[in-house]
Ligand binder design. Structure first.
Ligand code: ADP
Length: 540
């Protein structure tokens, strides 16, 4: 029997309309590419978003059109999130750290009709534009005074003269709203296509799960980029709950972040461990914490226990979170339940070093090689599968990837190996996917290997992650030379430079006589990681 309640579709536009009415004075503060600090309220943001939506429609944006962004964290980027999806388009955030080749693949695969760029990325766009869809309109996110030369539209001019109210259309809640590509283990990046429903539910899940940070009067710094998995949901969860957003722009070094946090009295800061290492250095230099800092969310890579301890000893509550692009992304959060919060510091740090407990709307299971469920006893380790209300049901137009992404029951395979303890705490123990995560960004070992294998003097090659104090992991390339002799390292790097961004290149190359093999005839990365786990990289 069907219930008889209203079926109002969940819509992203309703989040900002709500914030403008209920939390009108909460702020959006941004370090701008123009060099100054910009401030506006949620009420002001809603008015500008309406103007922008009119601007998008006047440029011909149609329902379902992909409109891309290549931008830092700032108020204009936030406005695009709401205006594009609110008016029926799909906000496609592009990671500017990707190689030119990957970026070009993404823009063409998404078939973007418009692209909004910060001035920083104008030279990059100019260099690649002729490989992107013909007719792609490029809008520079600045005012007339700061516009570059060339065939570009001006963001502020799109808003000029437009009405500051917009009649947000209704559409089914499973309408596409956002698109974000993540690097695969091999081949091209894969797109996760978020819906209005998944985005609104995820915002509520995040708000419910992290209530200390997400409330009126609290000021949150998303260092996690808007171009990387919706900045972990903050652009939606903060307006929904009334917390203010403090956007850092492109300056993410410890000194700049410390200054901004201090000046803006940031209460909660969200980002990857590499960023917090930089901040840690600045805190040590200054001999104090930034004023007002009381909470931080760390994820994207495992947060080291020493980092958690450093901040906890400075009276900052550290919440270690885990998630994925395909999960919107928050899967777990590490705030301690009351009965564990009173434990001595050492015990609390040990628990906080785990990846936390699932948030509502996310189911977790660990399975053995035959797909059989393993117990949640903190001992059994297996591949982690997830299902839930804000988890992908299939990559965007990518049948090939979808064939292997899910198990027979429709659960999504994360490629992480984990244990889950009796309290529900997840611990990521290993990674089944052959990827390296450096400073929160992916490098595909397989793609590096495949590229250098084309060199006549390379008989075999394996790339593994080696622990690095700053970047968490960095690639080490292990090469078996062919009988013709050893290849020049410089030649290998030149080959790689054609396809990879500079930061994705291996830090070191070592030569060996042969590679260890598994029983099934594959290179045993496990053995290599043990063998080279202590390898000293040149700049580590
Ligand atoms: P994000 O970096 O925002 O979490 P990605 O989709 O780029 O999203 O990466 C997801 C992957 O990153 C996970 O499958 C896992 O391998 C790794 N990861 C994310 N958070 C953590 C964490 N807290 N500890 C260990 N690994 C993590």
């Amino acid at each position: 029997m069907q219930g008889s309640m209203m079926m109002r579709p969940l819509k992203i536009a309703d989040i900002l309309s709500y914030a403008a009415e209920i939390h009108p004075l909460s702020e959006v503060v941004s370090v701008r590419t123009e060099g100054d600090i910009h401030r506006q309220t949620y009420a002001g943001t809603a008015r500008r978003v309406a103007k922008l939506a009119h601007g998008l429609v006047s440029q011909g944006m149609q329902t379902g059109d992909r409109v891309a962004t290549l931008a830092w964290n700032g108020y204009r980027h936030l406005e695009l999130y709401y205006a594009i999806s609110g008016a029926g388009g799909v906000c496609h955030t592009i990671n500017p750290r990707l190689s030119a080749e990957q970026m070009t693949y993404i823009v063409n695969h998404a078939n973007d009709t418009m692209l909004f760029v910060d001035t920083t990325f104008v030279p990059l766009v100019a260099a690649l534009r002729d490989q992107w869809p013909a007719g792609l309109k490029v809008v520079v996110m600045t005012d007339r005074d700061h516009m570059p030369e060339g065939d570009f539209l001006c963001y502020e001019e799109l808003l000029d003269g437009q009405s500051d109210s917009f009649d947000w259309p209704d559409f089914p809640e499973d309408t596409a709203a956002g698109l974000c590509y993540t690097s695969g283990t091999t081949g091209n990046p894969k797109g996760t296509l978020y819906t209005h429903r998944s985005t609104v539910l995820h915002a509520m899940m995040v708000g419910l799960s992290l209530p200390t940070a997400l409330q009126p009067g609290k000021r949150i710094l998303p260092v996690v980029p808007l171009f990387h998995v919706n900045a972990w949901g903050l652009p939606y969860a903060a307006p929904l709950t009334g917390a203010s957003l403090i956007f850092p722009g492109g300056a993410l070094d410890g000194e700049s972040l410390f200054r901004l946090m201090d000046n803006e009295k940031v209460y909660s800061a969200w980002g990857v461990p590499t960023v917090w290492l930089g901040l840690q250095g600045e805190i040590t230099k200054q001999g104090r914490m930034p004023e007002g800092l009381g909470d931080m969310v760390v994820g994207g890579s495992a947060a080291p226990a020493s980092m958690i301890q450093f901040f906890e000893e400075g009276d900052v509550n550290v919440c270690h979170a885990w998630g994925m692009t395909e999960m919107s992304p928050i899967g777990t959060q590490g705030n301690l339940p009351d009965h564990l919060n009173d434990k001595p510091m050492a015990e609390r740090i040990a628990i906080k070093s785990k990846q936390g407990r699932r948030v509502f709307g996310v189911d977790l299971k660990i399975v053995d090689e035959d797909g059989k469920r393993l117990p949640h006893d903190g001992e059994a380790a297996g591949e982690l599968y997830v299902r839930g209300n804000a988890i992908t049901s299939g990559y965007f137009e990518n049948e090939e990837a979808n064939k292997t992404a899910f198990d027979a029951d429709g659960w999504f395979g994360t490629g992480d190996v984990a244990t889950i303890d009796t309290h529900g705490f997840l611990t990521i123990t290993d990674r089944a996917k052959d990827l390296i995560k450096s400073g929160g960004e992916w490098i595909s070992s397989l793609d590096l290997e495949n590229t250098v294998m084309a060199h006549p003097k390379v008989a075999n090659c394996a790339v593994i992650a080696v622990p690095h104090p700053k970047w968490d992991e960095r690639p080490l390339m292990i090469v078996v030379p062919s009988p013709e002799g050893k290849p020049e390292v410089g030649d290998l790097m030149d080959m790689l430079k054609e396809h990879f961004a500079t930061w994705q290149l291996p830090d070191d190359v070592v030569f060996v006589e042969d590679l260890p093999m598994t029983a099934t005839g594959k290179v045993s990365k496990l053995t290599l990681r043990k063998q080279f786990g202590d390898h000293k990289l040149p700049d580590a």
